[in-house]
Design a protein around this ligand. Structure first.
Ligand code: ZN
Ligand code: FE
Length: 263
């Protein structure tokens, strides 16, 4: 089996292998001491290829939510490796045998991962945080420059979840579920045309794409500086939207509505 194209990043004691799948999804392998945990395995074959090429044993699948483009490889990977499947307690996740709760800790080799419940995109969505990275897997909650659609919850729910993530350290590397980074940053620049961080970041993300590098990881500090969904308080952004006397949450909700209509 030919190994899929993949990219490698260090995250504290772990190595993160980013595997682009299904066109615009990212699946990940968190690797330590020859063991791997697969985050959102949309498709089994490319991950099995990388596991084989690197001589890794798959211990665990970590699903962020039930959508097919995050769980599509669950059953095949479990059958091939005997791994366990962790995820939010949702019957729509195939093969789930380790439902997780908010604030729960999962150990994986010498690593400890923390579960953060982040409903909004779906009723049941979790993110996985590796404090020793620090690194965060955000599924379809927080994207590079964006956030997930409100498929099953209201804006206030997603807003609460994004604020939970925003309390983590700025240097936290963010590994998200989809590659929408360039389109997201083009939208961000329309909302904040005078923000030099957004302009620089759009150029940097375009360069990454041109050079065949992935648009992940981001960092939480970069997201706070450039992601409009974390910038409801920005006076420039509020001016563009014509919203001054409303709450940050209402500004967030308006940005989400505009993004739905944008792309
Ligand atoms: Zn999704
Ligand atoms: Fe998705």
């Amino acid at each position: 089996m030919k190994a899929a194209n993949y990219f490698e990043h260090a995250a504290g004691p772990a190595v993160v292998l980013t595997v682009p799948v299904l066109g615009d999804n990212f699946s990940y392998l968190i690797v330590v001491e020859g063991l791997a945990a697969a985050v959102d395995p949309a498709d089994a074959a490319p991950l099995l290829g990388v596991l084989k090429a690197r001589g890794l044993r798959l211990e665990m699948i970590l699903n962020t939510h039930h959508h097919f483009d995050h769980v599509g490889g669950n059953r095949e990977l479990k059958a091939a490796t005997g791994c366990r499947i962790a995820g939010p307690d949702d019957p729509r996740i195939p093969g789930l045998d380790r439902p997780v709760k908010d604030d729960e800790r999962l150990t994986f080799g010498p690593l400890t991962l923390e579960v953060l419940c982040t409903p909004g995109h779906t009723r049941n969505h979790v993110c996985y945080y590796l404090p020793s990275g620090p690194a965060l897997w955000t599924g379809d909650t927080l994207f590079t420059g964006g956030c997930g659609r409100l498929a099953e919850s209201g804006a206030a729910t997603m807003w609460g979840s994004l604020n939970t993530l925003a309390t983590l350290p700025g240097e936290t590397q963010v590994f998200c579920g989809h590659d929408y980074a360039v389109e997201n940053m083009q939208f961000a620049l329309e909302l904040e045309p005078d923000n030099p961080d957004v302009r620089r970041r759009l150029a940097e993300l375009r360069a990454r794409v041109r050079e065949g590098r992935p648009t992940v990881p981001s960092t939480l500090a970069e997201e706070k500086a450039t992601n409009p969904f974390l910038r409801s308080g920005s006076p420039d952004l509020r001016r563009t939207l014509g919203l001054t006397d409303v709450s940050d949450m209402e500004v967030f909700a308006e940005i989400r509505r505009r993004k739905d209509a944008y792309a």
